[in-house]
Design a protein around this ligand. Sequence first.
Ligand code: GLV
Ligand code: MN
Ligand code: MN
Length: 416
Amino acid sequence: MTGTKRDGATRIIARCREIATHTEVPGEITRRFLTPPMHAVHSLLRQWMEAAGMTVQVDAIGNLRGLWLSGIPNAPRLIIGSHLDTVPNAGAFDGILGVILGVAVVEQLQQRQLPFSIEVIGFSEEEGVRFSKAFLGSLAVVGKLDSETLQLTDEHGISIAEAIGNYGLDPAQLPAALLSRDAFAYLEFHIEQGPILESERASLGIVEALVGQTRMQLLFGGQSNHAGTTPMLLRHDAMAAAAEWIVAVEEYANSHQGLVATVGKLEASPGAGNVIAGRVKTSLDIRHADDNIRHAAVDALTQIAKTAATKRGVTLTLRTEMEQSAVPLDLHLTALLQTAATKAGFHSNRMTSGAGHDAMILAPTIPSTMLFLRSPGGLSHHPNEAVLPQDVEAALVTAMEFLALLSNDKTKDRHA
Ligand code: GLV
Ligand code: MN
Ligand code: MN
């Protein structure tokens, strides 16, 4: 490893950490869709992209897009992207690393000629935190952000359309956010966010498919009342109903191979120690590589919730917030990426992503591929999330090999 290459990786990591200082909540990394700190993120990335010779614009959903033009007129376009938003109290690499690596790829090109242009997209929203609706940025570029979605509101009653306006953008311009007709392939770098690569002592993994996921909100409606005077048999305790169900969610997932199910959110009201909870709002996130198994799990777990509610005279209201099928990535690009890793000197296994990524929204529209970087400690969606400099370097060298292979590949020709 030369000093210069390692310096490049160190700079990429330092840039991720610099972006992480722009947060809604001082002392932690929390940056939701189109919140004020996103302005500073756009401005830093714009600076780095322009210095790399890219032309930069922000589209109407708030995606930051930098275009590096090949010298060839009407050249096809490779898209490299990932997201700029975070979960609450996040780490410094989920999403943003993929964008900054994209910029670094363009920086490496310097005087090199390529038979295709490169557009780096920092998607404005992937996590689904602010509006309980994930992938807003990538849905907009594939034309799948419908007007109904624009009316969804956040916890302050601000709609997505209003949030766009408040940020200084115009929702009427959304059709212009569509991917260029010249786009022929999508590449996303992302930390693995799990323990597999570390257990294999591998820097990189090649993603061949992403699991499907369902996200729901379940509202248990009971009767709040005095904790001291209401006999146990006369209660309608929403918390007890939710609690019974939450344990059943864990048991169900434990007994179904490959299934993961999470209740990550619980809001009880009125929320006092001496008051029976009259209302409990919970979330459910269910994922599996096989959509049929996931659908069966959704049916079973909603039935268990109904039973836990009914036996206490508690009502249950269900809302599905996300329903995303499992997505295979492009076979040919995946093979090309694995060859690139091998040429760069890295052994890489193929893997399935348990996390959702913008690639799953792009894949049905353009051939897409993903490169995972090892996650130390398998930790993500956590402030201690990290990435190793040698793995960032491995990703960058692999990307340059991938561009070389793509230059001589037929994938792009049908778009030229
Ligand atoms: C995105 O981070 C997800 O929850 O899969
Ligand atoms: Mn994430
Ligand atoms: Mn992510």
